[in-house]
Design a protein around this ligand. Structure first.
Ligand code: HEC
Ligand code: HEC
Ligand code: HEC
Ligand code: HEC
Ligand code: HEC
Length: 169
């Protein structure tokens, strides 16, 4: 009888550990967006990341497209007023309102330095840091919050700077 209980408690502990680690790695819920933006649909049609995120080659930020850029591709779509999300885009554009996209990944604290250009220039794929966004019908945070250990792990591997002042202002 004693043995049985021990076996059972071991099982309970393993299960509890499993549930804990699953919940600890659980990614945040979907962020609600004013228009459901579908990365898969654009990737399928060979719209490149850079067609929309037009800053990462030259600047620290990647950049989110403005309403005008979206509309420049969609203004002559035949289904512009039929498809719900496109109809919304049309309204934003004609009423001259910027679409307020919500951030999916928690931004880094203000005293941190991060630069897309420098990383992209090293041929680090977007997916290494963001996961496969092209597979996302609704954009999710694909990696956990950007943590110092994660940054440093790659810096060690790639022999990039590890001085505190590389990343901290
Ligand atoms: C470089 C051109 C280009 C840009 C810029 C662009 N799109 Fe698209 N979009 C496409 C293509 C191509 C498709 C696929 C064909 C279609 O459904 O019209 C598409 C599809 C869509 C669809 C239909 C999705 C579905 O699931 O059927 C929506 C909604 C949409 N885009 C919204 C946007 C919004 C919002 C922006 C700006 C953030 C944007 N697009 C920027 C080219 C573009
Ligand atoms: C047609 C325009 C378009 C294309 C192409 C596109 N994106 Fe986006 N992306 C957006 C828009 C709009 C948002 C904001 C809405 C959202 O998060 O769904 C966004 C959000 C993101 C985010 C989340 C940013 C945050 O808030 O933390 C990442 C990461 C991202 N895109 C990466 C990519 C990558 C990688 C590619 C290429 C595989 C790509 N995108 C292609 C328009 C685009
Ligand atoms: C080395 C890791 C890394 C790589 C590679 C990377 N990103 Fe990012 N990305 C980040 C971090 C960290 C943030 C948050 C930055 C902040 O809050 O200041 C971010 C934020 C973003 C954002 C939202 C804020 C902004 O800068 O506009 C978009 C969009 C984005 N990344 C797209 C991309 C695309 C597209 C690529 C590939 C061309 C890419 N990222 C490559 C780490 C990376
Ligand atoms: C996948 C690997 C990888 C990840 C993840 C990564 N880095 Fe880097 N980082 C590099 C490499 C490689 C370089 C060296 C680039 C160079 O020599 O210019 C670099 C360089 C830098 C630089 C120096 C750029 C300059 O202007 O001198 C800063 C700052 C930096 N990273 C911050 C960060 C921060 C903050 C994070 C986490 C949010 C991060 N990195 C995550 C690979 C990575
Ligand atoms: C490769 C980039 C990188 C380097 C190098 C780095 N850090 Fe960080 N550090 C981060 C990021 C990203 C955060 C914010 C996310 C987090 O809290 O993990 C952070 C957060 C911190 C925090 C928590 C408080 C805060 O400012 O948000 C402390 C304390 C800290 N770092 C100290 C250090 C010290 C000391 C060194 C040098 C031994 C160092 N860091 C080197 C990227 C870096």
């Amino acid at each position: 009888m004693k043995k049985k209980i021990t076996g059972l408690s071991v099982l309970v502990i393993i299960l509890a550990g499993l549930i804990y680690s699953l919940s600890a790695t659980k990614l945040p819920a979907l962020v609600e967006q004013p228009i459901l933006f579908n990365h898969v649909r654009h990737a399928e049609k060979d719209v490149a990341c850079y067609d929309c995120h037009q800053y990462y080659k030259n600047y620290a930020v990647a950049g989110i497209p403005d309403t005008e850029l979206c509309y420049s591709c969609h203004k002559s779509d035949k289904d512009l007023k039929e498809k719900e999300e496109k109809r919304k885009l049309h309204e934003y554009f004609t009423e001259k309102i910027e679409i307020e996209w919500n951030r999916v990944n928690t931004p880094l604290p203000d005293d941190l330095v991060f630069n897309h250009k420098r990383h992209v220039a090293e041929d680090i794929e977007c997916a290494e840091c963001h996961g496969k966004i092209e597979d996302q019908v609704e954009t999710k945070q694909m990696v956990e919050d950007f943590k110092m250990d994660w940054c440093i792990e790659c810096h060690q591997k790639e022999e990039a700077d590890e001085d505190c002042l590389t990343c901290h202002k």
